[in-house]
Ligand binder design. Structure first.
Ligand code: ATP
Ligand code: MG
Length: 345
């Protein structure tokens, strides 16, 4: 199979350039949890939307994984996706490796169920409109385990041994994973998490913050079409190009967002220091940017202060117009509106 056609090579250069720039820009945000909590949550939202789990930005940022409080089922599912992404990232960073067990843990976190790999036959992929069977993945449990072993080998191949560019390899791996279709459900979402982890594993990104799924949501018919074309014709170039373009465009958008977050943090920091100097601390600033919808409990926890102190801080922040107070149900949220706007754009 010819993967690196002239078109692919040209696109590859553009995708790498943007991705490398993103990697650099991400490094300028001092507290990594800020980007993980905001941008990874957005990737979770987009990726879940492909499966028709649709939540609003409001519901999303109101959700609180630590107390398992969510204003909709969809928001809860999106938070499970983000938890799965973070779990995968933690393991890749710690182990510099991903085992089958880790992939199972990612999918189990995502779906909140421990069913594991398919063992029973009967799974087929159907055309979304006509319902016609377009592809029958491997049916035997043993075969699936064997194919996953092969997948993970390629997932770890380093650049010298693999000889394929890591971005091209990501495209091929994603296709391979979706074709093995190892689970009864969640294959698409698990596969999209694995894409980001592959980038981190091979050093193309330090944090799993690339909102790739937005591109797929917006070009969804093409996503299914190209996946299937490879299978029907053996032609890879269009599929690879699709993924490479997704990387380029998404990197560009993510760079804009990270710049926006960085600038906003700077200006907020200056304003806090001049207008509320007795309140100002780096932890407080980080809190307002980790949680676009912050609340009393978050301030207590992140700053290690008592509840009355947290309440007083938030009241002062509200009065000085740093956040907007909104009561939803029984909870008061304090919204960092410029940040929220930036993330919703
Ligand atoms: N013709 C096809 N060939 C290969 N893979 C396909 C094909 N059609 C769909 N897929 C893959 O199967 C995924 C859907 O599988 P599944 O329902 O298990 O995953 P999901 O995470 O629940 O769904 P989604 O991907 O819609 O979020 C699609 O996202 C796509 O990646
Ligand atoms: Mg599904």
């Amino acid at each position: 199979m010819v993967l690196e056609t002239p078109d692919v090579l040209r696109q590859l250069a553009r995708s790498h350039r943007q991705l490398a720039e993103l990697k650099g820009v991400v490094g300028t945000i001092p507290n990594e949890s800020i980007l993980i909590e905001t941008l990874a949550l957005q990737e979770a939202k987009g990726s879940s939307e492909i499966e028709n789990i649709v939540t609003t930005e409001d519901e999303l940022f109101q959700g609180d994984a630590t107390t398992a409080q969510f204003s909709s089922l969809a928001a809860k599912e999106v938070h499970s996706y983000a938890a799965a992404l973070k779990l995968g990232f933690a393991r890749v960073r710690e182990q510099r490796f991903l085992r089958l067990d880790d992939v199972l843990a990612i999918q189990a976190t995502l779906l909140e169920s421990r069913v594991g790999l398919r063992t029973l036959p009967g799974t087929v992929l159907r055309n979304q409109e006509s319902g016609a069977v377009v592809y029958t993945p491997p049916q035997e449990g043993d075969e699936i385990v064997r194919l996953m072993g092969n997948f993970l080998e390629h997932f770890h191949a380093d650049d010298e041994s693999g000889q394929l560019d890591p971005l091209v390899r990501m495209a091929v791996l994603h296709h391979q994973f979706e074709s093995i279709h190892p689970f009864y459900d969640g294959n698409g979402r698990t596969g999209r998490i694995l894409n980001l982890l592959h980038l981190v594993l091979h050093g193309l990104l330090d944090l799993p913050v690339l909102y790739l799924s937005r591109y797929i949501v917006r070009n969804k018919a093409a996503y299914y079409h190209h996946l299937q074309t490879v299978r029907d014709t053996g032609e890879w170039a269009e599929w690879v190009l699709y993924i490479l373009k997704a990387v380029e465009e998404t990197s560009r958008q993510t760079i804009v967002q990270v710049h926006g977050i960085r600038d906003l943090m700077q200006s907020t920091k200056h304003r806090l220091r001049t207008e509320l100097p007795r309140l100002y601390s780096q932890d407080l600033l980080n809190n307002l940017f980790r949680h676009p919808y912050t609340k009393i409990e978050f301030i207590e926890r992140d700053l290690g202060v008592s509840r009355p102190t947290a309440v007083r801080y938030l009241e002062q922040l509200t009065q000085a117009n740093f956040v907007k107070k909104v009561k939803l149900g029984r909870t008061n949220f304090y919204i960092n509106e410029p940040l929220f706007k930036l993330l919703s754009s």
